[in-house]
Design a protein around this ligand. Structure first.
Ligand code: 3PG
Length: 306
């Protein structure tokens, strides 16, 4: 089978080496397409591929229509908002993710962003400590739980909102359960977002929620830029000179926000939460293993377009 690894943001060399070795040992041919400019190059490379390993690469209806032999797409990572699931299902293509494999890397970045914000982006002005501050976690999944555990060890008070979990499960994860966004935002000095980008969550966080945040609060977004209502964010930052927004990755209006609000905003230029050697290896190897199992036994444990 031809397996195409298509990554605009490449995996580490070590991860590529191990992915290659595993797939080839199982009798598959591997092709690598890295740092490609856009859809046209992906369409060309995917047209005779039977499996595709991607990261945040966009797998559009046009890619799937052109890839006539494609049977499986594995998103090496958690969020699969970059894959058109309806088109995949229509073409009989299985889509999987590799949940949990890069969570620790993202959780570490969320903590780093909090400290970076508390220390005014490592400028000499007097900052603050995160110990003793209240951290609200919006969605208590793989990443949210890790952020909570790390923040607790740093002396923060943790609360979490997750409509898919029972209170007992949130308590078991070390957080105090909270039952509404209003309550979460109004009681959090730091608010860490871990929701996926879905039609129901896109632009769901903006002016109203930010204005509920306590004095000096910081919104930390290592999820997706799309969940933020950027106009609302700018309005809240304007009206509340005490609020901060720290994110992986940059909102579309980042240049304007930086100009207007300076060190109260920060965003990574390229999404880098999962960009560690360990996360590359974990997610990449998991993707290879899932493809091997799919072709060998029909295993679809991680299918997301059921
Ligand atoms: C994810 O959804 O797993 C993360 O956002 C990582 O995305 P990346 O593989 O593009 O870094």
């Amino acid at each position: 089978m031809k397996i195409l690894i298509a990554t605009q943001k490449p995996f580490s060399e070590a991860a590529i080496h191990d992915i290659h070795e595993m797939l080839e040992a199982s009798g598959h041919d591997v092709e690598l397409l890295e740092k490609y400019p856009g859809e046209a190059e992906l369409i060309e490379a995917a047209k005779d591929a039977e499996a595709l390993i991607i990261r945040s690469d966009k797998v559009t209806p046009a890619v799937m229509a052109a890839a006539k032999d494609l049977k499986i797409v594995v998103r090496a990572g958690a969020g699969f908002d970059n894959v058109d699931l309806a088109a995949a299902t229509e073409h009989g293509i299985v889509v999987e993710n590799t949940p949990g494999q890069n969570s620790n890397a993202v959780a570490e970045l969320a903590i780093a962003l909090m400290i970076f914000a508390a220390r005014t982006q490592f400028t000499p002005s007097t900052g603050s400590e995160i110990q003793g501050k209240r951290l609200g976690i919006q969605a208590f999944g793989n990443v949210g739980r890790l952020v909570g555990a790390k923040a607790k060890a740093l002396g923060m008070e943790i609360s979490a909102l997750d409509p898919f979990l029972k209170d007992e499960q949130i308590v078991e994860g070390g957080a105090k359960p909270v039952h509404s966004l209003e309550e979460l935002y109004s009681t959090s000095d730091y608010l860490s977002i871990h929701i996926p980008a879905l039609p129901s969550t896109i632009k769901s966080i903006g002016y109203d929620l930010m204005m509920k945040m306590p004095k000096g609060a910081c919104l930390v977004n290592t999820a997706r830029k799309e969940v933020i209502d950027e106009e609302g964010l700018a309005r809240a930052l304007e009206e509340r000179p005490d609020l901060k927004y720290f994110a992986d990755v940059a909102p579309d209006n980042y240049a304007e926000l930086r100009e207007r609000f300076g060190l109260r905003v920060f965003a990574t230029p390229k999404k880098m939460g999962a960009q560690t050697a360990e996360a590359n290896m974990n997610a990449g190897v998991a993707a290879a293993r899932q493809i091997i199992n799919f072709f060998a036994t029909g295993d679809r444990k991680f299918q997301v377009n059921k």
